[in-house]
Design a protein around this ligand. Structure first.
Ligand code: HEM
Length: 499
């Protein structure tokens, strides 16, 4: 037998051995794991994910059903693709299914041990959630900072008016990102983090963008923990550098605020932002909230809120520019309720059912968190007669549910009207429509996101006509997605604002 033949036979035997013994083939048939595609040795089903895993997994679920099992490298993964399965995971078994898969890049600067988004469900996580729910994102607390947000929206309108005068094309995702970042940073600290069209003073924006990119990049070290020490893509090293910068900036903001609180006078009155609330809580006797926890909470709120809100606005504007009749209907409704020369206020949102419907339709058709933030099971749990194994990653594919023709009529069409005559809402009770999640881990920033997205959209629609670049027809607008921390548009949307 020649050398090559021996090598091939040896390789086949080794692969079979690894496959049968290490990658759980026997375990699968005996332990009632959900159905799923055949895993390759070592890499498992990683190659099936493709560039857009939400689409690839939606397609696979048509073959294997609403609960699937995949092996991604060494990570056991359960994919849920129906409202019934989402309800089982996020409602019936939420106590077992509410921990997180923490990416290796979040294991820097002790972020994973203090950050709301990565902590396991436990006392520390509960305290931080309670602070968000009771002290930061209540209607009353948000009302106190409304004037700060109105100022940021005025800056957006001023910038767009300037673009009108100079006939300058606008990158809508970019202006929505700057506005979202400033709406959040001003609500949190009364500070702007970004500026339109300026390269200076953009350090914070660059740092935030960098961290978001890192968190959104698939990392081999997450699928093969043996590689964590090597950090083959260098993502953890980059993450460390960005975190260092970000924590230093936040530390400085807090120190300055503490100093100014000490000398509070009529020249520097008490601020009505959320940092004030956090520092008050921190200085209470027996406080549950440390200085470090405040910093990591602020990091998480900025990272969780800026991209998601901006991407939603960019997708909504893309659909309005692709569908001029929906744009003109939205404009008419705004003009009728708000009046020609007035600006939308937060209290107007409840009087604008068509605006609300078109934003709901954007969340259905383009959910920016297609898998929510991956959950993890903290024990074996049975669902639909299958076992979800302890420590498995759980992906709830809300993108697949939003495009499912058995749930939505004309599922592949953008039709805001579908939300006008029903009571479906995104508060986490209607499991076919959960862009903010549901249950314990539901997005705590939803009340602020609700305000920001509606007001940004109202400002863009009510104050300007929009014209596409020469040669671009509405039906040619690109709808390709780029998978990451938030589901971006692959090709930025550009248009000219007109007064
Ligand atoms: C359109 C805007 C937004 C969307 C679509 C969105 C969506 C989501 C989703 C899907 C989750 C995960 C839920 C789960 O895993 O079950 C989440 C978590 C989270 N979001 Fe949002 N979000 C938005 C804006 C915001 C804003 C403005 C903030 C704060 C300022 C925020 C802060 C957070 C935090 C801290 C978490 C983690 C909660 C935890 O793990 O307990 N989000 N969001």
């Amino acid at each position: 037998m020649d050398f090559l033949r021996i090598l091939v036979i040896l390789y086949t035997i080794i692969c079979l051995w690894i496959f049968l013994h290490l990658f759980g083939y026997y375990k699968r048939s005996s332990s009632k794991l959900p159905p799923g595609p055949f895993p390759l040795p070592i890499i498992g089903n990683l190659l099936l994910l493709g560039r857009n895993p939400h689409r690839s997994l939606a397609k696979l679920s048509k073959t294997y059903g609403p609960i699937m099992y995949l092996k991604l490298g060494t990570v056991q993964t359960i994919v849920a693709s129906s409202p019934e399965m989402a309800k089982q995971i996020l409602h019936k078994h939420d106590q077992i299914c509410s921990n997180r898969m923490v990416p290796d890049t979040a294991h820097v600067a002790n972020h994973h041990t203090s950050a709301l988004s990565w902590l396991p469900v436990g006392n520390k996580w509960r305290t931080l959630r309670k602070i968000c729910k009771e002290h930061m994102f209540t209607v009353h607390k948000l009302q106190l900072s409304e004037s700060l947000r109105q100022e940021k929206l005025q800056q957006l309108r001023d910038y767009l008016h300037e673009c009108c005068s100079n006939t300058r094309v606008v990158d809508i995702g970019e202006v929505a990102f700057v506005t979202s970042l400033n709406l959040i940073s001003t609500t949190l600290f009364s500070i702007d983090f970004a500026h339109f069209d300026s390269d200076s003073a953009q350090e914070m924006k660059g740092t935030i963008n960098g961290l978001m990119k890192i968190f959104g990049t698939p990392n081999l070290a997450d699928y093969f923990p043996i590689l964590k020490r090597i950090d083959p893509q260098g993502l953890k090293r980059e993450s460390k550098a960005y975190f260092g910068k970000m924590l230093a900036i936040f530390d400085q903001i807090i120190s300055e605020r503490l100093r100014s609180r000490g000398v509070s006078s009529s020249d520097s009155p008490r601020k009505n932002d959320l940092l004030q609330v956090l520092l008050d809580l921190n200085q209470e006797r027996d406080s549950d909230l440390s200085h470090d926890e405040i910093i990591h909470l602020l990091v998480v709120l900025i990272l969780g809120g800026a991209d998601t809100s901006a991407d939603t606005v960019e997708w909504a504007m893309t659909e309005l520019l692709r569908n001029p009749e929906i744009m003109s209907k939205a404009k008419d409704k705004l003009r009728n309720v708000i009046g020609e020369n007035k600006q939308v206020e937060e209290s107007d949102i409840s009087k604008l059912p068509y605006l609300r419907a078109l934003i709901k339709e954007t969340f259905r058709f383009h959910p920016v968190g297609p898998f929510l933030i991956p959950h993890k099971a903290n024990a074996n749990v049975e669902m639909n007669g299958y076992v979800v194994p302890k420590d498995a990653q759980i992906l709830v594919n809300i993108w697949a549910m939003g495009r499912d023709p058995s749930i939505w009529s004309n599922a592949d069409m953008f039709e805001p009207e579908r939300f006008l005559d029903n009571k479906i809402d995104y508060k986490g009770h209607d499991f076919e429509f959960i862009p903010f999640g549901s249950g314990r881990r539901i997005c705590p920033g939803m009340p602020l996101a609700h305000i920001m997205v509606h007001l940004m959209m109202a400002s863009l629609i009510h104050n300007f006509e929009w014209k596409l670049e020469p040669g671009t027809k509405p039906e040619d607008l690109d709808l390709n997605e780029m998978f990451g921390l938030s589901l971006h548009k692959a090709v930025p949307l550009k248009a000219f604002p007109i007064k």
